[in-house]
Design a binder for this molecule. Structure first.
Ligand SMILES: [Zn+2]
Length: 404
């Protein structure tokens, strides 16, 4: 009788069916079916438990995490100063190790909470140049086999040579962009698309993260996506300003976004904390038009964004926690709606990360989490325990604790 590396028995497979066995071999899902007769070298009894494809954290800033240790942030204007004062205290030559140590804390949380892939923005700044890129590259190797790490690297004129060398060497996964933080946002968007074309790389941009009625960056990104034929290979994070424009402008932009398969990443916990600060009652929620995007067929994901840094003092690197927060802000409470939310932290971010083997299908990577709840609704509401996290069919965390 054939034996598999792993069989999970009688599980509720998210989006597939209930009471099913899932077998894995060679790191992949080999078979799904009722009462498989074969045996597994590892067997997990999961009757009444939900099995999901691993969480995918598709927008975070590992390199900024835990940089607000000595100071509280009284307001947003002081955040960057607090960040740079933290960096000033790092001894010369110690930056890569410092970034790695802080990033590891978040990555270990993500992993224990059920994430099997993390996509992190990589800041390039005067204090550390490309050190964060180097740190994330080293962490990629360190976490290989437990969690897949993807970088989203910022281009700057000062680091042009190093950026191009890394892109040429195939070491850059996504190009980052923050057009509103540059003197010429439209020119910056154009530059980013030209760079993406030159190296055949996807884009993951911070777009219109404010609450003024102006979505000109988003519209420019849509236009350039069409011109550069980058359908499906562009992700826009935030787009909070879409809340401030009129419904007709928003409708047209959302329709075009759907046509061009531009991915949207919403960051509810960070947006709720940072947006609407100039509002008097009613204070806007600050997140983009998720429901309208979703209904138009746009791929929308939920992610953490900043974790315990000067921009947001909260965050546990736990996408089930982010899912609960998102559900409350989005006013999604039915079983079906909470399944959409679960998709927004699993399959949808896998799509914006361009993962082709993520999912509960034969042939996909056996990157899974077993949750102590029968349904997505129960798992999100009860913040269920993560009984097992599996990477390529191997148990990497159990009951929230990493397996060494
Ligand atoms: Zn961000």
């Amino acid at each position: 009788m054939q034996s598999y590396d792993l069989i999970i028995r009688e599980a509720n497979l998210f989006g597939v069916g209930e009471g099913l066995d899932l077998a894995a071999a060679g790191g992949k899902i080999a078979r799904i079916g009722k009462k498989l007769p074969e045996t597994g070298k590892t067997e997990i009894q999961a009757k009444g438990k939900l099995v999901i494809p691993g969480f995918v954290e598709s927008h975070t800033h590992l390199d900024k995490s835990f940089t607000a240790v000595d100071e509280d942030t009284p307001n947003l204007e002081e955040a960057y100063g607090i960040f740079t004062r933290y960096l000033d205290k790092i001894p010369a030559g110690g930056m890569v190790e410092d970034i790695k140590a802080r990033s590891r804390r978040v990555l270990d949380w993500e992993l224990a909470a059920g994430a099997t892939a993390v996509k992190s923005h990589v800041l390039v700044c005067p204090q550390w140049g490309m050190d964060s890129f180097r740190a994330i590259q080293e962490l990629k190797a360190e976490y290989k086999g437990r969690l897949d790490l993807y970088n989203i690297v910022q281009w700057t004129a000062e680091t042009d040579g190093a950026f191009r060398a890394a892109a040429q060497a195939g070491e850059i996964d996504f190009i980052a962009g923050y057009p509103l933080f540059t003197p010429d946002p439209m020119g910056e968007i154009d530059r980013l698309f030209a760079l993406a074309q030159a190296y055949n790389l996807p884009l993951d941009l911070h777009i219109d993260e404010h609450d003024r009625p102006d979505v000109s960056c988003f519209l420019r990104v849509l236009q350039r996506t069409r011109e550069y034929h980058m359908e499906g290979r562009v992700a826009c994070g935030h787009v909070t300003a879409l809340n401030a424009v009129d419904d007709e402008t928003a409708r047209r932009a959302i329709e075009e976004c759907a046509q061009l398969r531009v991915n949207i990443i919403t960051l509810p916990s960070c947006n709720m904390f940072l947006m609407g600060r100039q509002d008097h009652q009613p204070i806007r929620r600050g997140i983009t038009r998720v429901d309208e995007f979703r209904r138009a067929g746009v791929n929308v994901s939920v992610a953490s964004d900043n974790i315990r840094d000067p921009y947001r003092p909260f965050g546990n690197g736990d996408l089930l926690e982010e899912a609960l927060f998102a559900a409350q802000v989005l006013q999604y409470g039915t079983g079906e709606q909470l399944e959409w939310v679960m998709e927004m932290v699993t399959c949808n971010p896998a799509k914006n990360t361009l993962l082709t083997d993520h999912g509960l299908r034969e042939g996909c990577a056996a990157d899974l989490a077993v949750l102590d709840a029968p349904t997505a609704k129960e798992a999100i509401i009860s913040q269920s325990a993560r009984l097992f996290v599996l990477k390529e069919g191997k148990v990497v965390a159990k009951n929230g604790v990493l397996v060494s």
